[in-house]
Design a protein around this ligand. Structure first.
Ligand code: GLU
Length: 465
């Protein structure tokens, strides 16, 4: 059997990490089983669905590299198909027109509440075969009256629902539009979904969906309802906790693989391994191993993982992401060697690509502005005298490499009897404009001879000896 999974977001809110984790589990399981992963946009709720939310889903999935083998399908483009299935069910007697008016339903409900019964539709119209003039009917599914439905959930185990608890669901409104739970059923059936992986807020929909699938002669898929992600305070993750659009993680400078690595570990583990490449995730992930405890979102750990991924990834793989962040700062560099060099020099000192880009501006601009505070501290007359010595020592170098630069600065330090730090700091301020940078030899090597010497000269020129 080929495994077919799907990610079926409703574009009623912006895709955030909770949805991304569901997408990831579905994608990983399909990849692991060499199956198929489908993207389906559940946009039947036209009032609440927005183009912006659809855009975030498509862009977000693209940025994350969770490529779908099929889709995106849109439910709003499948209305003819839903109508066809409803007509078939009416003909087969597995669904019926319900002519109950709102007043009648309200009265029924009030009576049930007064008798302390659970409010439910009692199937009055199952036997009403004549249309009632002036009432546009809804269509209801004829749910089995007896027995139970067992959801053999991969995460929660067997969960049993009594059919007496499930009333006859409306599958088409009086204007003919199909309802959400019904569209899911038709889609899962038509798309040959074998494994439904979704948030456990949908577990209660599952018995009805299974009953409808069976009524349609389809075999229900395997279900895995994954636990919610909680905020650090234990409440359901919400905007308050920064449950923002997935694209904001891109803006903040996270690598997609780091975010996915972070999310895969919420509810799933593989020994005590914390850092996974995408390939390692695909090789190790199994939806059967996801546990049902909800997990809390931990921004600190996400930052840590991001740095781990920046450090471990091939610099060339990080280049496009750093470039994107530099562009936001108005820097457009295609100097591959410089970009890779900057990544290697900076990746231990930044937790995000945004931070890396901000700290690395000086590598890409023509001239730097000197931070007055750094100048006051590190460009004192005494320091400038040392800087002059450094300038002379560096200018004579045959080779401009980290090794030769290191040796030259070391020699100078011995010769003038000043610590390496004392010598490096004025150079650093001169070439970077600030008192913080990667090791000075690496910094100078990346900047190159011309730019380094020109910046030192500029500082020496503004304060004549
Ligand atoms: N559209 C639903 C949601 O966004 C998911 C439904 C499903 O996966 O079956 O919560």
């Amino acid at each position: 059997m080929t495994v077919v999974t799907r990610f079926a977001p409703s574009p009623t809110g912006l895709l955030h990490v909770g949805g991304v984790r569901t997408a990831l589990f579905s994608w990983l399981y399909a990849r692991r089983m060499k199956g198929k992963f489908i993207l389906r946009v559940e946009d039947t709720d036209r009032e609440r669905s927005t183009d912006e939310a659809v855009g975030v889903i498509l862009e977000g999935m693209d940025w994350l590299g969770l490529k779908a083998d099929e889709g995106p399908y849109y439910q709003t483009q499948r209305f003819d198909r839903y109508r066809e299935v409803i007509a078939g069910m009416l003909a087969a007697g597995t669904a019926y027109h319900c002519y109950c008016t709102k007043q009648e339903l309200d009265a029924l409900r009030e009576g049930q509440i007064a008798r302390k019964e659970k409010p439910r539709y009692t199937g009055i119209c199952r036997d009403r075969h004549q249309p009632r003039p002036g009432v546009s009917p809804v269509v209801r599914f004829k749910n089995p009256l007896e027995g139970s439905v067992v959801v053999d959930d991969l995460v929660h185990g067997a969960v049993t629902f009594q059919n007496t608890e499930l009333d006859d669901l409306i599958i088409a409104r009086s204007d003919g539009t199909p309802t959400y739970n019904f569209c899911v059923v038709v889609d899962d059936m038509d798309m040959g979904i074998t494994h439904v992986i979704r948030g456990d807020d949908h577990l209660n929909n599952t018995p009805r969906q299974m009953n409808m699938l069976r009524a349609l002669g389809a075999k229900p898929p395997v279900y895995a309802h994954v636990p919610m992600i909680l905020g650090p305070d234990g409440a359901k993750l919400s905007k308050r906790h920064g449950a923002v659009s997935v694209l904001q993680y891109e803006e903040e400078g996270f690598l997609p693989d780091a975010l996915l690595n972070y999310l895969v570990r919420l509810g799933w583990s593989h020994g005590d391994q914390e850092v996974f490449t995408r390939e390692e995730m695909v090789a190790a992930f199994d939806i059967h191993d996801v546990n049902k405890a909800a997990s809390a979102f931990n921004p600190e750990k996400l930052l840590w993982l991001n740095q781990q991924h920046m450090v471990r990834a091939a610099p060339s793989a990080v280049v496009p992401y750093l470039r994107a962040h530099l562009k936001r700062l108005g820097i457009d560099s295609s100097d591959q060697a410089l970009l890779e060099g900057v990544i290697v020099a900076q990746r231990e000192r930044a937790k995000t690509l945004k931070e890396m880009a901000q700290n690395s501006r000086f590598f890409f601009v023509d001239t730097v502005e000197i931070d007055p505070k750094a100048a006051a501290k590190h460009l004192t007359p005494e320091a400038l005298a040392l800087l002059r010595e450094v300038r002379a020592a560096l200018a004579g170098l045959a080779e401009w490499t980290p090794v030769s630069l290191h040796a030259a600065l070391n020699d100078l330090s011995t010769r003038v009897g000043a610590g390496l730090g004392k010598i490096a700091q004025p150079v650093r301020v001169a070439v970077t404009g600030t008192a913080v940078s990667p090791p000075i030899d690496a910094t100078l090597a990346l900047l190159g001879r011309e730019r380094s010497l020109a910046r030192i000269d500029a500082v020496l020129a503004r304060t004549p000896a």
